[in-house]
Design a protein around this ligand. Structure first.
Ligand SMILES: O=C(O)C[C@@H](O)[C@H](O)C(=O)CO
Length: 270
């Protein structure tokens, strides 16, 4: 199995756990908790900031000593928009599930920004339709660069069955602004219906002999996490199976400046 593919456990509790140490990188962390009603997850952000995303289900949340009440709404990631909570560094948080709950804990370094805890409700989220034809996909911006955070960028995307996304292939692995930013990225994938599969390729440019330093093509199943340390990272959803993913990105500068694969850039104009 690819070293970039993390299989979430099928049961309950913390079912996926990615730290910078585990991923072998510097910035992004991602945990996924699957909780039965009545069960809890909690943490301390320490020197990191966290965005809790209620992927599905409802739960009562506290953060930074505040009772945030009952959050969450949708019971499928393929419907509506999520509830989320921004939790700054140096804070405690906890969530107790009111229904079956899938909670993503997205994290990146705090930079002393002094931001307050903030509930990000569905009505705060911008949505956009990107691409044309079979490259059309539906993007919900949870923590985009225009919204306050120290390092984190969080977005979710639905790719209808038979469509592609993160396509034409792009990368963001050079700290070379204003042309390109360096951002590590995780993909948390869900499929509808769940027995489906999709594909994701993570690859770097070829050298003059056609060799690529990184070239992993992965079959993606429901609940998989993909690590994108560098390179292009397009996705393809198979006919009949819609693909949802939650992206977490972070790097030394909080901006998403990507570079399209030159040989595929013509698709932008087609
Ligand atoms: O536009 C898309 O299809 C989504 C991607 O941009 C995705 O969020 C990503 O690759 C971010 O680098």
């Amino acid at each position: 199995m690819s070293k970039l593919l993390v299989k979430a456990n099928k049961g309950h509790g913390r079912v996926a756990h990615v730290t910078p140490q585990i991923a072998g990188w510097t910035y992004v962390g991602f945990d996924l908790h699957r909780l039965k009603a009545g069960a809890s997850a909690s943490g301390k952000t320490e020197d990191r900031e966290v965005c809790l995303v209620f992927v599905t289900g409802k739960g009562s949340a506290t953060a930074g000593g505040k009772d945030l009440g009952l959050l969450g709404e949708r019971m499928s990631p393929f419907e509506g928009k999520p509830w989320s909570v921004y939790v700054p560094e140096g804070s405690d948080w906890s969530v107790t599930a009111d229904t079956e709950l899938e909670l993503a804990v997205c994290s990146a370094p705090g930079l002393g920004g002094g931001l307050p805890v903030r509930v990000i409700g569905p009505n705060d989220l911008g949505q956009e339709v990107r691409g044309k034809g079979t490259n059309t996909r539906y993007v919900t911006n949870i923590l985009p660069e225009g919204k306050p955070a120290d390092s984190l960028l969080v977005v979710e995307v639905i790719t209808p069955g038979g469509h592609t996304s993160s396509y034409p292939p792009h990368k963001h692995d050079q700290d070379n602004l204003p042309t390109e930013s360096y951002l590590e990225e995780t993909y948390y994938h869900r499929l509808n219906p769940p027995q489906g599969f999709a594909f994701q390729r993570v690859y770097t440019d070829a050298d003059k002999n056609g060799h690529r330093a990184l070239d992993e093509a992965m079959a993606i199943e429901d609940g998989d996490v993909v690590l994108v340390p560098k390179g292009y990272h397009p996705c393809a959803a198979c006919h009949g199976y819609d693909l949802y993913y939650l992206n977490v990105m972070a790097g030394p500068k909080r901006t998403w400046k990507f570079h399209n694969a030159p040989e595929h850039e013509w698709l932008m104009k087609a």
